[in-house]
Design a protein around this ligand. Sequence first.
Ligand code: ADP
Ligand code: 5GP
Length: 214
Amino acid sequence: MSKEVPPGLLFVISSPSGAGKTTLARRLAADLNLRFSVSFTTRSPRSDEVDGRDYRFVGNERFDAMVAGGEFAEWAMVHGNRYGTSITAVEHTIESGTDCLFDIDFQGGRQIRRQWPQDSVLCFILPPSMAELERRLRARATDAPEVIARRLAMACQELEHYAEYDYLVVNDSLDRAYEEMRAIYVAARAMRKRREGVARALLAEAAGRRSPGA
Ligand code: ADP
Ligand code: 5GP
């Protein structure tokens, strides 16, 4: 039976800062051995971040050159810094048929959806409450107080874009939210448009068995 490999899935995860998308995305990537798109950013690394693993940390000049060179599938200004997804990560996903996770904001999610509507699934992570969002941002203790204040102020603007997403996951209990997100990913892989190749191959095989001399 010949196999038609569908394009890889672009699994986009967004949320207001502190809702837990990085925690959930990293767990999904590790659990299912999924590729994770490492973004480029002009933001400075946090103390626990590693260049090439969490982000590719670049200066403004390099980022400008990459924009001019068409090296980004999407990029956006978020909380005063620029972040961009390498076009290579997206093209590799589409062409090789291997799925990839994207931890990007709503502007990036929108751009991915616009360019790859058939191959993207967009998942938005909601905090259980705004008070808990603030608690998590402070407890993470990776950002200066003024950065936390700016991220909290932006949270509402980000939440307003929930309707552009296919799925909403409330990250109350981490394990429960993780199981839900994992189920969404697994179900997305089995969508008809991604499995049609198998059905078509079966029909072709059946037709071959019916024809004389087959
Ligand atoms: P984001 O990537 O959305 O900014 P993070 O994944 O960095 O958020 O999570 C923010 C903080 O909240 C981290 O310290 C993380 O360990 C914590 N966290 C994530 N999910 C939960 C949860 N369900 N319950 C409690 N703390 C959580
Ligand atoms: P942080 O600074 O907390 O790592 O990320 C800030 C925000 O930028 C998050 O909402 C994150 O999802 C988003 N982000 C990270 N990488 C990209 C990217 O490549 N493109 C876009 N549009 N947003 C990104």
